[in-house]
Design a protein around this ligand. Structure first.
Ligand code: 6PG
Length: 234
């Protein structure tokens, strides 16, 4: 059973401070231990204030590689692109913000294969994977439904796959590339940043249901190899 630790905050500002501080600690520990840090950061809106705070941290950013934990298959620079949002925050710091989809394509399976190839060159396991959770229990871009078996149960050496959510999520109605469950749960540090009562209930139910959960976050966490920190703001 995965060991889960809940960290609760009164508001988004406290959540941002805590998440930024924890990510900084993980990066510093990775650099001390291995000379570099590779971290996967969630897309979406919740963690952005934490990223803004993290970017101000005094870190040896040249030793840090940042990848989006998932990406929408759109041209770089598109407002829907997670790496574009991250790059706006971190490029001045010298961190390497690495696109996982080098160019937009209609062939999401091919995009998943190219992301997987790109990621193989990174040192694994990730030092950190920060996840968000959607109201439907999706995490990264692993959405509910039978079509995400490869993302959840694919070959263990697969780090990323392309997915075509059905239905397409309203906030980003495009095909995506996502870290696989294997790429997520093997991270040396696994953190979730989420807010609101509804998502808290989704996560609590998902954890109770575990591997059989209809919520991808439950199926992902069911075999996390290390304790998971969940940072939650009311
Ligand atoms: C994405 C995200 C996604 C996100 C959740 C929560 O690219 O869409 O990675 O998994 O983390 O949808 O998003 P919010 O934090 O905006 O609610």
């Amino acid at each position: 059973m995965t060991e889960i630790e809940w960290w609760e905050y009164d508001d988004a500002a406290e959540l941002a401070d805590a998440v930024a501080g924890d990510i900084q600690f993980v990066i510093e520990s990775a650099i001390d231990a291995r000379g570099s840090a590779v971290i996967a950061l969630a897309g979406g809106k919740t963690p952005l204030p934490a990223y803004e705070k993290l970017a101000k941290a005094k870190l040896d950013w040249k030793r840090v590689t940042i990848i989006p934990g998932d990406e929408r298959i759109v041209p770089l620079g598109d407002p829907l692109s997670n790496v574009t949002a991250l790059g706006k925050i971190f490029i001045p710091k010298g961190a390497r913000v690495m696109p996982i989809v080098p160019k937009a394509t209609d062939d999401y399976k091919a995009a998943g294969r190219s992301a997987d190839a790109l990621m193989q060159d990174l040192h694994w396991p990730l030092d950190l994977c920060l996840l968000g959770v959607g109201g439907d229990g999706h995490t990264a871009s692993i959405f509910p439904g039978p079509d995400y078996d490869e993302a959840l149960n694919g070959p263990k050496e697969r780090r990323a796959v392309g997915v075509m959510p059905d239905p397409l999520p309203p906030e980003a109605p495009v095909a995506r590339v996502t870290l696989t469950r294997q790429g997520i749960v093997t991270a040396r540090a696994l953190m979730i940043a989420v807010s609101g009562a509804a998502k808290r209930k989704v996560i609590e139910d998902a954890i109770k249901e575990g591997a059989g959960s209809p919520y991808p976050i439950g199926r992902v966490l069911s075999d996390a190899e290390l304790p998971v920190d969940i940072h939650w703001a009311a």
